[in-house]
Design a protein around this ligand. Structure first.
Ligand code: NI
Length: 442
């Protein structure tokens, strides 16, 4: 009887153990099945993410700068990588084979995270570099040549940019960013050096100390190294103040014997001779200055855009070629402002130079604006002769060391003459400069 009872108890215990095991097993099977589903879903998602990351990796630096949607895509991809990784990390109590699968996936997500971080950095650096230069610096993944900086970076920002570039994986894009950075750093140094040298002698435009002739020439050479005309111009103006001060005491010294020429074209833009002139300038890698009429700008915005895009300087030549010296101040102001507005709307930059039609201006004009008046000293008389050989003849007959040449981009004969004019000045050893560099010097 007792034995029978014991047997029953043992049996009952065994049954209970069995039941518990069955429950455990069932639970484990459910967990495993759930885990299998999760891993499968994660693997499918991984394929999509890999594709997205690859596609983003192939995107060019140029697109990073131009396309804001890329930044959103990168952020979205990064978010799904992080979410999937967290989900997998929370997956516990799974069997051996699945553990391996899980850890492989996590490694893959870590690599994606790193790639996305690098892309984010590239996007930020590309945009910083783009705003530092005077035009979009990238074509695909390579850098445009001969660009100048228009925004002077602080030393701290520069250092940070260098560190960020160095932390990127070594690839074609990083190499391009390195080249761009080096160019920015070297141009920035030139600007900072010239500025701090000038500050030694001047407090803004007031002279603190007059430099010796030698010191002055060194200073001018430093300013001359600055590539961007807009950054250079205020510094040039300051050196001119010093030059005049030195010349007061030593009138024979400091004669500026650099051969400089500014080619200027009035009365455009249009879609005929202006375009031919742009082609010729491009062929010979020469930058010029265009004094444009507001009404022509409104009619030919594409040509104006091209003038700006190709690095030429743009000045104001009134709205409709009125003789400003015959107008009242309000009318003068209107002629100037409407034209400046039209140029700024297309190029993003407001002209700072005014060439009054016929070179005619009076006090009413100068009171109406604080723009620099930009005249010329070599008159090609191209509007009169309408003859390419005669134009070149006029150029040769007026051999100024610093020449501002007046031509008009409304005559085909002027456009035809340009090539020989360029070749002549090159042959004579001249450097081509924007007209703003010669203001107050001719
Ligand atoms: Ni004119």
């Amino acid at each position: 009887m007792t034995q029978g009872k014991n047997k029953k108890i043992v049996l009952a215990i065994l049954v209970i153990i069995l039941l518990v095991e069955v429950v455990f097993l069932a639970k484990k099977m459910t967990t495993d099945r759930k885990a299998t589903d999760m891993l499968k879903a994660a693997e499918e998602e991984q394929v999509m993410i890999t594709k997205a990351v690859d596609q983003l990796k192939k995107t060019s630096l140029e697109s990073y700068v131009a396309d804001n949607t890329i930044k959103d895509q990168v952020t979205k991809t990064k978010k799904s990588v992080d979410e999937n990784k967290t989900m997998l990390e929370n997956l516990t109590h799974i069997s051996g084979e699945m553990k391996k699968q899980k850890s492989d996936l996590i490694t893959q997500y870590d690599n994606d995270s790193k790639a996305i971080d690098a892309m984010n950095k590239k996007i930020t650096i590309s945009k910083e570099i783009a705003t530092t230069f005077d035009k979009d610096p990238f074509k695909g993944n390579s850098l445009e040549k001969g660009l100048s900086v228009s925004k002077v970076m602080s030393e701290a920002d520069e250092k940070k940019m260098s560190e960020n570039i160095n932390s990127l994986p070594k690839d074609e894009q990083r190499a391009t960013l390195e080249v761009a950075y080096k160019d920015i750093a070297s141009q920035t140094k030139t600007i900072h050096t010239a500025q701090s040298e000038l500050d030694k002698y001047m407090n803004k435009d007031d002279i603190k100390e007059v430099p010796s002739t030698e010191e002055f020439e060194k200073l001018v050479a430093q300013v001359d190294e600055i590539k961007n005309p807009e950054v250079k111009k205020p510094l040039m103006n300051r050196t001119q103040i010093l030059r005049k001060e030195i010349q007061k005491e030593h009138p024979d010294e400091l004669v500026d014997n650099r051969k400089l020429v500014a080619l200027t074209f009035d009365d455009g833009p249009n879609d005929g001779s202006s375009v031919q002139i742009l082609d010729t300038l491009k062929k010979h890698d020469v930058k010029a200055t265009f004094f444009v009429l507001g009404n022509m700008v409104e009619n030919y915005p594409d040509t104006l855009k091209r003038i700006a895009d190709e690095g030429h300087e743009i000045g104001n030549h009134s709205y409709d070629h009125s003789d400003l010296s015959t107008l009242d101040q309000a009318s003068v102001k209107k002629q100037i402002d409407v034209t400046n507005d039209a140029v700024e709307k297309i190029t993003g930059k407001r002209p700072t130079m005014l060439r009054p039609p016929y070179g005619a201006y009076n006090e009413t004009v100068t009171n109406a604006t604080d723009m620099d008046i930009a005249l010329w000293n070599v008159d090609t008389l191209d509007w009169q002769s309408r003859n390419s050989d005669a134009i070149l003849g006029q150029v040769k007959a007026q051999p100024f060391t610093q020449a501002v040449v007046l031509m008009h981009d409304i005559h085909d004969t002027s456009a035809d003459a340009l090539e020989n004019v360029i070749l002549y000045y090159k042959d004579q050893g001249y450097t081509f400069v924007p007209a703003s560099e010669l203001i107050g010097q001719i």
